[in-house]
Design a protein around this ligand. Sequence first.
Ligand code: KG4
Ligand code: ZN
Length: 342
Amino acid sequence: MRILAIETSCDETAAAVVEDGRKLLSSAVASQVDLHAQYGGVFPEMASRQHVLAVYPIVQQALKEAHLSLDELDAVAVTRGPGLPGSLVVGVNAAKGLALGSGLPLVGVNHLEGHIYAAWLYRQEPPPEEPRFPILALIVSGGHTELVLIREHLRYERLGGTLDDAAGEAFDKAARMMGLPYPGGPAIQRAGAEGDPRAFAFPRAWLGDSWNFSFSGLKTAVLRQVQSLKAQRETLPVPDLAASFEAAVVEVLVVKTLRAAERFGAASVLVAGGVSANRRPRQEISLRSPLPVHIPPLEFCTDNAAMIAAAGSRRFAAGQRDALGMDVLPSWPLSEMAFAPM
Ligand code: KG4
Ligand code: ZN
């Protein structure tokens, strides 16, 4: 089974081909990051326009790298949501056009489910071991921070999530306060590599027994610290600020995820989404977890279409076929995914 997938939910235009839900045949990503960096964040209208220009060349590139033509595929999968409405529309329309022209079935995929299934992808034989159910999954991206219990394929129980900023969003905003460029996550990681994570005691929001997260207090603390340092006319100790911020975010994420894994009797832990590209949570969770930890390879942590193909393959195999009238779902939650097998 070979699935072509398209991803345009935010600021990467991506296409990929995956075989049997796991084996990567090709993955092409055109990032718009340089375009948006000058605005300090994603400029939605520009993102849509850029997707229009890039989507078909990226699909061509993915097919070419996989040495396949459309008639050798089984379905076209596409990110239906959540994401920027105008950006999602471009990908969904491109997928509809390909499905209509080729007669291939269309499969709409939830972007967060894509982040989860990135953990099943591999490039080279032998395939890595699959995460064992029940899985405790932490999804940490620019738009989401979700703690999810997965007892079986394609079924999600949401335990909690952020009450304010997503983890990636907190990285992006803190980076801006420190004068670092967009996207903030990689910039903070680079700057913080030389810094002392104990230099500033930034707050950790534990929120009692709940499985929720909050990063707004931390964000305010960073802002106050930066303002007070600037008032004293000191040059900002950016490496220390970055390392201390990173440590505060990561400690809460790691501790709560492992606590939930224990509480719900998980057999494995999965971390996915853009922030899981960060070295600190990758190391800390693997070090502290008594359970096997699955984190996708770096290239599949940030947005890509291979993960959409992986999730789309599972849904296609389970019988999902979407109508050509399928609409985008910009706020589609993971745990309320409407899916009626045919
Ligand atoms: O999953 P993703 O590519 O897009 C969304 O679905 O949102 O995540 C993007 C987010 C951005 O906020 C970015 O700053 C963050 O992931 N990110 C990182 C790192 N690389 C990307 N955060 C921390 N450390 C990183 N190395
Ligand atoms: Zn994402």
